[in-house]
Design a protein around this ligand. Structure first.
Ligand SMILES: [Zn+2]
Ligand SMILES: [Zn+2]
Length: 671
């Protein structure tokens, strides 16, 4: 999942820890120590009610937790205080190495190299005191991170030369480079950092590239890294009384302190605030890491591990103010990530917590209606089958001993076969009626022979249609040539039809697109549709006659696989209307029941990604079908008293009206 960058003009820009800390150094935290606050930290003052305060207290006291975003082991307040107390005993280079080794797990990945360097230095050289040891570490780390302003120019230039950026974005970056060059004439390092952030923020806001967040962080990175190094080795901002090694350790482990941050910055509602809280390390807060950055399985494991640790804490009675919090957090994150971040509910502490609290998290089963029998598909209107029904039919088919028995099962369930497959279903029944003792192979041969004839007829029909269209629509010279090219391609395909291979729809579709699809006549659309849809249907049903070898081996015979396949596309699936109508629409990241509808698999495959305003083209009777679906849904909701679905039908109607831009307007009276 790619996430667009969020560039808030009003949010604190945490360019670098130093600048950030300097600006917040005066804020005293509740324990009285000079401890900086992150911009994303919830302050108890902004919450109403004691429960929230108790909850925040509970969260802050949780120890032995890893950051859900970067996997670093975090310090709770108490753990941090103890570790800093222990740091006071660090007097020699050896002490320092041992200390870092002991808290290795707590060191942020960005600083891991320091531990390695320290150990190497310690074994290779002797240092008169800890000061000179730290100074040597500092020099090395600076060498690694203290990239100059030239490095920043280099990064900008690389993006300017990047071919994937469009001219608009390149112009913006050129201007940014020019502005930055002027700013860089100033001597003050701090001024340059601030100015660069401002310039970049202005630039990034107008970049069109999907990668703009990446561009922003990459350009800032060299300076951000060097500022962090500066903070690490040369700052006493967290405590003025620290000696050098103490300041270094305090600064380094500051990044690993846990604090409460928002799960989603865009979620505003006060009611949600208690849910919208999550612990993470300070470094992730400074780097603005959030759950949307968990893009691969490996990084999602950080979150899963965190949830598992939290659940164990909850079971141990450490989050009594909000015991089910880990489960609620799972649900929220799952929803925000469209099910991409989805921990295993059967993992031990999570499962146990769910049983203890009674908060159930059905995996991907938020949408209740998909598991009820006899729901009509919202678009084609045909009755869908539940997953269980499908398994039942498959099993029955598998257990038949003769083709005759098999035909009986097909006939019993003929209403559930998709219309486009009816032709094949009928032909199977017909062949068996003709010869009840027919063998599988012979039956398959007959079906393929039959289908080849049907395809010949279909293509002949197209040829006749094409010839007629030239006259009927009075095609001009160029279009006429296109039609003749189409007819030639169809003729070739027709001559090439075989019994033992499926209809070559791909070649057909390409020929159609390159000829009829390019016509100038206003009748182009109509002709294209007439020549496309029947070919597609023929292709899909022809495919049934060529089941996969592996499936055949598993089920027993090719005939049985074919029979099963007659039902596979009738299965009820959950269709997310927002996502289907526009897979790139990020404005509607909602996940209410009424964003979902029951649709057969066949329709879901066909309509996915197609704007809803065009759905009626494929299903002219779509309004009636939708009413039928919602009527049934309403009946099921009332009969079973499904909670949270009271307004389901009403809200779906609104959604459909919005997403189809008014093209599909269902009357509530029809439901
Ligand atoms: Zn982190
Ligand atoms: Zn359907």
């Amino acid at each position: 999942m790619k996430i667009l960058p969020v560039i808030h003009n009003n949010s604190l820009n945490l360019l670098c820890a130093k600048k950030y800390l300097a600006s917040t150094i005066n804020s005293k935290s509740d324990d009285g120590s000079m401890r900086p606050k992150s911009a994303y930290t919830y302050r108890p003052a902004s919450f109403k009610g004691l429960d929230t305060i108790a909850f925040i207290g509970d969260l802050k006291n949780l120890d032995n937790l890893h950051c859900p975003l970067c996997g670093t082991k975090m310090f709770s307040k108490k753990e941090s205080a103890a570790a800093m107390e222990e740091a006071k005993t660090v007097k020699t280079p050896e002490d320092l190495c041992k200390y870092l080794e002991k808290y290795n797990e707590h060191i942020n990945p960005e600083f891991k190299s320091i531990l390695k360097d320290a150990k190497l230095k310690f074994y290779k050289n002797t240092f008169p005191d800890i000061d000179s040891f730290l100074e040597s570490l500092r020099k090395d780390y600076y060498k690694k991170t203290n990239h100059t302003i030239e490095k920043t120019f280099e990064t900008i230039d690389n993006f300017i030369n990047d071919e994937s950026l469009n001219a608009h974005d390149k112009d913006l970056l050129l201007k940014c480079r020019k502005d930055f060059f002027e700013a860089a004439q100033n001597k003050s390092h701090k001024f340059i950092l601030k100015r660069l952030t401002d310039i970049l923020r202005e630039t990034a806001a107008f970049l069109q590239s999907e990668e703009k967040n990446h561009i922003y962080t990459q350009i800032l990175k060299p300076l951000r890294m060097s500022s962090k190094a500066e903070f690490l080795f040369d700052s006493r901002e967290l405590n003025n009384n620290d000696n050098r090694q103490m300041a270094f350790l305090r600064n380094m482990f500051y990044y690993s302190n846990s604090d409460i941050h928002k799960v989603n910055n865009k979620m505003e509602a006060q009611n949600d605030s208690i849910l919208n809280m999550m612990l993470s390390c300070e470094n992730c807060a400074i780097e603005k890491n959030n759950i949307f950055r968990l893009n691969d399985h490996a990084s999602r494991l950080y979150f899963y591990n965190h949830i598992s640790e939290l659940s164990q804490h909850a079971l141990n009675g450490r989050i009594e103010s909000n015991k089910a919090y880990p489960l609620k957090l799972i649900a929220l994150v799952r929803e925000l990530s469209f099910n991409k971040i989805n921990p295993d509910y059967n993992a031990e502490p999570i499962k146990k917590l769910s049983e203890t609290t009674g908060v159930i998290n059905n995996k991907d089963c938020d949408f209740e209606l998909v598991s009820y029998k006899d729901m009509p598909c919202i678009t084609c209107g045909q009755t869908t089958i539940t997953h269980e029904q499908k398994c039942d039919i498959y099993e029955k088919i598998k257990n038949t001993t003769t083709p005759y028995e098999l035909a009986e099962i097909i006939n019993e369930n003929i209403d559930l076969v998709k219309r486009k497959y009816l032709e094949v279903a009928d032909e199977i029944s017909f062949e068996i009626a003709k010869n009840p003792s027919i063998k599988d192979d012979e039956l398959l041969q007959n079906l393929r022979k039959y289908k080849k004839q049907k395809n010949e007829q279909l293509l002949s029909g197209f040829i006749n249609y094409g010839h007629a269209a030239i006259k009927k629509y009075n095609l001009h010279k160029k279009d006429k040539e296109r039609m003749i090219a189409y007819l030639k391609a169809v003729k070739e395909l027709k001559d090439d039809l075989k019994e033992d291979s499926p209809f070559d729809y791909e070649t057909y579709y390409k020929a159609l697109k390159d000829t009829v699809g390019k016509m100038d006549t206003p009748h182009e659309k109509e002709m294209f549709k007439e020549l496309k849809l029947p070919a597609r249907t023929a292709f899909l049903s022809h495919l049934l006659l060529f089941p996969k070898k592996e499936t055949t081996e598993k089920v027993g015979t090719a005939l049985k696989v074919m029979a099963q396949d007659l039902f596979k596309n009738s299965v009820a699936t959950t269709a997310n209307l927002n996502k289907m109508a526009d897979p790139h629409d990020k404005a509607y990241r909602r996940n209410k029941p009424s964003d979902k509808v029951v649709m057969c698999r066949s329709c879901q495959n066909e309509l996915n990604g197609k704007p809803m305003s065009l759905w009626a083209d494929a299903y002219p009777e779509i309004k009636e079908n939708m009413s039928k679906n919602l009527r049934k849904a309403d009946e099921i909701i009332r009969k079973n008293n499904i909670k949270g679905y009271d307004l389901y039908a009403y809200e779906v109607v609104q959604n459909i009206r919005r997403l189809s831009e008014g093209q599909i307007d269902i009357s509530l009276n029809s439901i």
